[in-house]
Design a protein around this ligand. Structure first.
Ligand SMILES: [Zn+2]
Length: 511
């Protein structure tokens, strides 16, 4: 079975062009009455059928057995050779790929020659707006006084880039995007011919993602069909398969991650995030999808519908908890836009939801609701807007919660955790936090941009404000816990120690 569906199912006569009846009707009449123009301009988005129409028109004007309604026969020698792409009097120029200079020059030289077989010699110039000025001028000359056996069909997605001199010499046709219903109709007929079944949801996803382009719709279907050949039932396309190919997250991934987060299962949550990374999931899309699901869960909870079968994570969740999840994922969505390390933003969710944080976190929740734009007020489930205040960091508060900051970093980065474990906050000056560490090597590690990002985000989550972090080396701040040294020694591979010139043993010799 051919897998290039768009080519296989390309319309071969005017009637097969779905959604462009306003154009095909006129063209059929023109062909029937032999009232042809010497230059046509087809305008429209990609995948709306401009090139297919150009080829059908080329057939119709040259067909040896034209049908009464103006459609080509698709059986005569000329029709067949156009279908096969080897008709000498049909010259296709793609202006996008080579800007057409040589071809337009050649066109000018050869244009006087009569067609070799057909009645008309046809030039299809695709993406005509991409021609160079030189090529445009050459084209314009030929458009001014074209020999009677020549027909130009110019196609473009960007008509505003065409010079008025060209526009005024062409008969213009505007191709419109397919409606969802039209795209669905085309897809269904292809699926039927290919003896394939598709789940309704999967079909909807393809239709929505084609955004009105017939070509995109069939290309997407192509990729899905190809990728699911190994699946249990290759003749049936499932929603999950469609999602995987289109880069739209699968429902189970949202379920798994939210379940792990809510249960405080850090390891499981990390694995889910790793899976998102490996699958190359678009995290912005994933976040939107999660929010969409949470919105559905919220509505269901309010209306007392049971959705635990579809969304097991939502079992036993209170409305307050759902709102807090929504808030966290809205934050994630905002943060994703401003960071280069999107995975980190997801990893940051783990300490927020981990058991430790939950137990210690009462003060945080109150604090966070201050800077949050919305909070839930008591049991009345009324949402009230509170204007945020700038939160200033205070050293006593930092000291009191420093262990929590450090512990929150552990599931994200064990190295950094090890370095911070022996650190001590000393002062805060204009939201710059100074901490003491025992060795310069620690300072370098903690002050690296990646580490700073992690710390700053955790500080933000716990204290409700970002801060600048500076380390001072104080050799009296010796690590109390053997574990921090152990972690460092275990986690730095032998090779990298040497490569980076870090003498770990020497660093710890003085402990
Ligand atoms: Zn024919």
């Amino acid at each position: 079975m051919s897998r290039v569906l768009y080519r296989k199912y390309r319309a071969q006569n005017f009637d097969e062009l779905i959604g462009q009846e306003h154009i095909t009707k006129l063209l059929k009449n023109a062909v029937r009455k032999e009232q042809l123009s010497h230059a046509y301009l087809f305008v429209g988005s990609r995948g709306t059928g401009k090139t297919s129409t150009a080829r059908i028109l080329s057939k119709a004007v040259n067909c040896l057995d034209l049908k009464k309604d103006g459609n080509p026969c698709n059986k005569c020698e000329i029709c067949v050779s156009i279908t096969n792409g080897n008709f000498l009097d049909l010259i296709e120029i793609d202006a996008a790929s080579n800007r057409g200079i040589d071809q337009i020059r050649e066109l000018k030289e050869r244009i006087e020659f009569a067609p070799s077989k057909g009645k008309y010699k046809i030039y299809i110039i695709d993406e005509v707006h991409m021609l160079t000025n030189e090529a445009f001028n050459a084209l314009l000359k030929t458009l001014e006084e074209p020999p009677s056996h020549i027909i130009f069909i110019l196609a473009t997605t960007d008509v505003h880039k065409l010079p008025a001199t060209i526009l005024s010499r062409c008969q213009r046709y505007d191709f419109r995007l397919g409606t969802e219903l039209e795209i669905e109709k085309v897809l269904k007929s292809v699926l039927k011919s290919e003896k394939l079944k598709i789940e309704d949801e999967a079909l909807k996803l393809v239709v929505r993602n084609a955004r009105g382009s017939y070509r995109d719709a069939l290309s997407l279907l192509d990729v899905i069909v190809n990728s699911q050949l190994q699946s249990k039932d290759p003749q049936k396309i499932t929603e999950d398969e469609a999602r995987a190919v289109l880069g739209i997250p699968e429902v189970h991934m949202v379920n798994d991650l939210l379940s792990a987060l809510l249960k405080g299962e850090s390891k499981k949550a990390l694995e889910c995030i790793k899976e998102l990374e490996i699958k190359g999931t678009n995290l912005v899309q994933f976040t939107n999808f999660t929010l969409e699901i949470l919105r559905g869960v919220l509505v269901s909870k309010i209306s007392n519908e049971d959705i635990t079968k579809e969304y097991p994570f939502a079992k036993d969740l209170t409305i307050k908890e759902i709102l807090s999840l929504i808030k966290e994922f809205l934050d994630v969505g905002r943060n994703l836009k401003t960071t280069t390390n999107q995975i980190l933003i997801f990893q940051m969710l783990i300490p927020i939801f981990s058991e430790d944080t939950k137990q210690e976190g009462d003060s945080t929740i109150k604090r966070e609701s201050k800077r949050s734009s919305t909070i839930l007020e008591g049991k009345s489930e009324k949402i009230e807007v509170i204007h945020s205040d700038v939160v200033h960091l205070e050293i006593d508060e930092v000291k009191e919660n420093w262990k929590r900051v450090v512990n929150s970093i552990r599931p994200i980065n064990t190295h950094l955790y090890a370095f911070l474990n022996s650190s001590k906050p000393v002062k805060v000056k204009r939201n710059e936090l100074f901490i003491e560490v025992p060795f310069k090597f620690y300072k370098d590690q903690i002050e690296s941009p990646a580490s700073r990002d992690v710390i700053s985000e955790i500080v933000f989550k716990i204290f409700g404000t970002h801060c600048k972090l500076s380390c001072c080396v104080n050799e009296n701040t010796k690590p109390k816990l053997q574990s921090s040294a152990d972690v460092v020694l275990q986690n730095v591979p032998e090779k990298s120690k040497k490569e980076e010139g870090i003498d770990i043993e020497a660093v710890f010799a003085g402990m």
